[in-house]
Design a protein around this ligand. Structure first.
Ligand SMILES: Cc1cc2nc3c(=O)[nH]c(=O)nc-3n(C[C@H](O)[C@H](O)[C@H](O)COP(=O)(O)OP(=O)(O)OC[C@H]3O[C@@H](n4cnc5c(N)ncnc54)[C@H](O)[C@@H]3O)c2cc1C
Length: 393
């Protein structure tokens, strides 16, 4: 393997762990119960510039890359945030920061990146629609040119953080799926001013009641002739697919980093419990039936971490990383789920008590197998692109 962790990564890990260390599990459980964004932690990340590590220095950021963002996210998750960390690093640092830094025009970079760095603006991302989740090619949200604007209409679903966001990175079709040749053409990615569109009534949203990941809402978004200036296109009109892969691959890589960190956290709690709890006079962790599955989860998390860093390292160099990003996401989500499941077992009946954080972590770990890309779709990608098997869909 021809990559090496930069020295800066250790400093990033240390810096973010120091912030995470100030907040205990009671804090995270409270945020979850109150369904509120961890504002205090977010502000500290912004003040330290830990959310803008990948924004170029000329725009006020850390001048580093996705690898350092992944290390930061992993540290935040492992240091206590668990699943909440992924949303904190995906919404603004990745969907806004990374995308504009790589695909924005010079004007867009000058306008938006310093505001992302200062914490003045936040972003979110919308691709999923009621009839197009895994099959994103089929989205039907339409952007129609109208002079020096686009008019956008359609419906998005599961859009996380739209209630906080100032700008929405919105995936639209400027050529309908049925007419696009190839079918990957005709996508246009727009930066939509959420507050303005809410104010003029063209964008409305409705939070979806959901099982977990409560520190951020996920909403159905209705777009009714939203006016977007033509200079708010990210990348080229009709060529948004290129931009899209530079959103989806980092999303998978960061989701993997979140899984590795969350898995590490839940494993740590399980090991503490297994060391303290002694219903038969000796710690339950002395039983290999308890210890070995935890050890196996640790091994799987370590492997997932390696693939996550490798994928991020490739992305930072502009090299193809689709399979690595998918494999990282697949293995990290699975390892994190195994860790949460075994922690649940280790805690016995207490796993079910909301007094302990395990129930919350167990619940949040599960969804990582389905999002941002479901494991079946990852396996289909590996089968086709790595094994040369016929395409299955
Ligand atoms: C908490 C949460 C937050 C989210 N946040 C966002 C967000 O901020 N922005 C956004 O745009 N989206 C977001 N999403 C949406 C998420 O990315 C999608 O739910 C995900 O991509 C899966 O799409 P789907 O739900 O339409 O599942 P479907 O595509 O309907 O798939 C359902 C199941 O069928 C399987 N399946 C489908 N096709 C095949 C096939 N060809 N072969 C084998 N199996 C197949 C899938 O693997 C899956 O298990 C979020 C979702 C959740 C739950």
């Amino acid at each position: 393997m021809d990559f090496d962790l930069p020295e800066s990564a250790a400093a990033v890990r240390e810096g973010v762990l120091a912030i995470a260390g100030k907040y205990d599990q009671e804090y995270w459980s409270r945020c979850d119960a109150e369904k509120r964004w961890p504002e205090e932690v977010w502000r500290e990340l912004v003040q330290g510039g830990w959310h803008a590590l990948a924004v170029p220095e000329e725009h006020g950021g850390g001048g580093q890359g996705l690898l350092e963002l992944a290390v930061a996210l992993e540290a935040l998750a492992e240091g206590g945030a668990g699943g909440a960390a992924s949303f904190m690093y995906l919404l603004t640092p990745a969907f806004g920061g990374l995308t504009i830094a790589r695909h924005g025009t010079e004007e867009q970079k000058r306008e938006f990146l310093p505001k992302i760095v200062s914490g003045e603006i936040e972003t979110c991302f919308a691709i999923t629609e009621p009839d197009a989740g895994s099959n994103a090619i089929n989205i039907s949200t339409q952007a129609r040119r109208d002079g020096d604007h686009f008019l956008v209409s359609g419906q998005k679903i599961w859009i996380s953080g739209v209630e906080r966001a100032d700008y929405l990175v919105l995936v639209t079709r400027t050529i309908p799926a049925a007419e696009a040749r190839p079918r990957t053409s005709g996508f246009t990615v727009l930066l939509v001013d959420v507050k303005a569109a809410v104010a003029d009534g063209t964008l409305t949203f409705q939070p979806i009641p959901k099982l977990g990941t409560n520190t951020v809402a996920s909403s159905t978004v209705f777009l009714d002739e939203v006016r977007v200036p033509a200079d708010r296109v990210l990348g080229e009109v009709d060529q948004g697919f290129l931009v899209l892969w530079d959103i989806l691959n980092p999303e998978r890589i960061l989701a993997a980093a979140g899984g590795v960190g969350s898995g590490g956290l839940v494993l740590k709690l399980a090991c503490e419990y297994a060391t303290d709890r002694a219903p038969f006079g000796k710690p339950i962790g002395t039983n290999q039936g308890i210890a070995f599955p935890l050890a196996k989860a640790k091994a799987q998390l370590e492997l997932a971490r390696l693939m996550t860093y490798k994928a991020a390292w490739l992305w930072d160099r502009g090299r193809p990383c689709g399979s690595e990003a998918n494999i990282a996401k697949l293995t990290a989500a699975d390892a994190a789920w195994q860790a949460a499941d075994r922690a649940f077992q280790t805690y016995g009946g207490m796993a079910y008590s909301m007094e302990y954080p395990i129930a919350r972590m167990f619940r949040d770990a599960r969804i990582a197998k389905n999002i941002p890309v479901a494991e079946e779709l990852v396996l289909a990608h590996i089968a086709q692109h790595e094994l040369g098997l016929p395409k299955s869909y």
